[in-house]
Ligand binder design. Sequence first.
Ligand code: IVH
Length: 680
Amino acid sequence: MEQKEKILEKIKNLREKIEYHNYRYYVLDDPEISDHEYDLLLKELEKLEKENPEFITPDSPTQRIGGEPLKKFENYIHPFKMYSLANAMNEGEFNQFLTRVYKELGTEKINFSCEPKFDGLAVELIYRNGILQVASTRGNGEIGEVITQNIKTIKSIPLKIKNNNIPEEMIVYGEVLMFKKDFLELNKEREENEEPLFANPRNAAAGSLRQLDPKITARRKLRFFAYGLKSTSPNNFSNSHYERLNYLKELGFPVSEERKKLSNKEDIVKYHQQLENSRENLPYEIDGVVIKIDEINLQEILGYDAKTPKWAIAWKFKPAKATTILKEVEFSVGRQGTITPTAIFEPVFLAGAKISRATLHNFDEVKRLDLHYGDTIVIERSGEVIPKVVEVIKEKRPPNSKVVIPPEKCPVCGSTLFKSLDKVALRCINSSCPAIVKGRLKHFVSRNAFNIEGLGEELIERFYEEGYIKNFTDIFRLKNKKDTLISLDRFGEKSVNNLLNSIENSKKIEYFRFIYSLGIPYVGEETARLLAENFSPIETLFTISKENLLSIYGIGETVAESIYEYFKNENNKNLIKELLATNIEIKYNNKEIVEHSPIKAKKIVFTGKATNFTREEFEELVRKYGGLATDSVSKNTDYLVVGENPGSKLEKAKSLGIKILSEQEFLDLLGVKNESNSNT
Ligand code: IVH
C-alpha cells in the first residue's frame, strides 16, 4: 500500500512538472528545459501510468494524445448561446456603432475592451471543479459538436485549473488557431507530398480540429487564445470583461497581449491602425479588432440581436490586395509529375513584402480566371501568407493578347503530358524525367524522411547533374567515390567526411520514415505512420491487398489504390530490396518483431472459436512474428488457422488448396509454448 502511495505521489509530481513546462513553452513562449528533457518526463509518466492504470485521470498530460478515433462527433447543447460578431468594414461603420451605443446607454463615459480578432475557430471549454470536461465547436450557436479529445491535444489549454477559488462550473471561450510558421511548415510538407494545400492558417486549423482521429490533431500544431469567461454557478467574477481576461491569464490560459482597455474614439481608431500596421509581425493571423463594452452589466442592458451581441463589433482590416500585370506563367514539375502553374508578374508591394510570383494552383483555376498574357490581375495575400491571383480585370486586357493554355509537353523532359485521374492535374508520367527524379531524391533526404544533414536540395541538384546520384541507393554508395568527391570544386576532405558520416548515420531509420521517404503518391507522414503501425515488417507490404489497406481506419479508396499500385510494381519492390541491401536498418516501432520467422510477410486467416488465445492475441502474435492477420480467405492467403466450429472459410480454403493449421500446429510453427503464447 505504502509503495502504491509513493507511486501516486511520483505520478502527481510528474504531471505537475509536465504541465508547468507546457505552460512555459506554449503560453509564455519561454521554455526552461530542452525538448528531450521534456520527452523524458512524459515517457516516465507514461510508463508509471501503464504499470498503474488505476491512477490514470482525465487531466493527466498523457491524455492529451488521446484515445481511439471517433465514428462521428456528438452534438452538444451550449449552456449559453454562442453568438458571432457584427462587422464594421470601415471607420464610418465603426462610428455608427459608437453613436448607437452612446445613445442607448445615455452616456459617453464607457470603457471598451479592445482585442485582436483572431482568424481561427471559436470553441467553448467547460471546466467542472477545475477539470476540463467538455470542449465543443460553435456549430449553429445553440448546438455545437463535442471535440474534447482533440482540444486536449492543445498543450496551452489547461486540463486542470490549479486555483481553488473558482466556481464549480466555469466556461471559457476562445479561438483555436495555427501560428503562421506552423501553417507554412505543414503546407510545405503537404506540397512535398503533393497533397492538397490548406488555403490559409484558418482552414488548416479547422481541418485539424475536425479530425475524428485525435492522433492526427495531436500532430498538428494548434494554439488557443481565450477571450471570454462565464459561469452557470455562483461566482465572483469581475464585472469588467477586461479584468476577466486578466483573470484568465492568471489561471494559466493564453490571452493575447495585444489587448487594451480604452475609453474614447480617438484611442480606438489609433489602436485599430496600430494593429493593422503590425499584424504582419504577430505570429498568428488577425483580420481586424474586436471592440467590446467592458462592463458586463452594461453589456446585458444592450443585449443581443438574433445572431450578434449589440455590445461588441468586429472592425475588420482591409484585405491586402494589389493590382499588377501578368508577364508569364511558369510550369513546374513536382516529384509525382504534377504540373503546377505559377503566375510571374511585375513586382508589387503587398502587406509589407515585395512579391513577383503567385500560385495559380491548377489548370481549372487558370480556366476559371480566363487568364491571358499581359492581363491586369489582382493579387491577394490570403491570410497574409501565400499570395494568389484572385481576379482578372478584363476591361484592361490588351488587344490580341493570348490566352494561357496548359502545356502539352513536359517543360523539363519534353514528354507528352496526361490528365490525372481526378481530371484536374496535368501529369508528366515519364518516371525518368529529371524533374521527377530530382524531386524524389530531395524528398528522400528531407527532414521527415532520411533527414540527411548536409545533403540539401542544392547538392542533390548538383550531384544529379554531375551523375553521382541518379537513384536512392546511389546516395549510400557515395562512400565508394570519396576521393573523387574530395577533388570536386567547393569540397574538401572535411566536408566530404561530414557528408558521408551523416549519410551513414541516417541508415538507422524509423519504419514510418522509411515508408514516407519512398514518396508513394498520397502517402504523407500520417498515412506512413498508419502503414507502419499496421503492416510490419516492410515485406508485408509487398503482397498487400486493397482490402487489407481499406480495413485501416484513415485509409480511403484513393490512398489504398495508390499504395496497392505502388507495391504491385516490381520496379518499386526491387528499389526497396536494393535499398535494404545497402545495410539500412529499419527500426520497427517499440513492439518487437521476431526477425527470422516462418510466417514473415505471410497472410493468415483465423476461423472458428479460438481456445488458446483471444482474437486480439492471435492478431498480435501474427503481427509480432511479421505476418499479416487478414479477415477473408482468398487465393493469396498463406495459412488458415482453425479453431472450434470453423465457418465457411474452411471450405473455401480447402477448395483453394490453402494450408490449414490447427491452433496447436500454428503455435508449434512459431515455436511458441501454449500457456504463455501471447507474451513470449
Ligand atoms: S467574442 C459574443 N472576441 O469571431 C461575442 N470573438 O465573427 C462572441 N473572434 O465566433 C465572440 N476574435 O470565433 C470574440 N477577441 C475576440 C475574437 C472573436 C475572434 C471570432 C469568434 C467568433 C467570430 C465572430
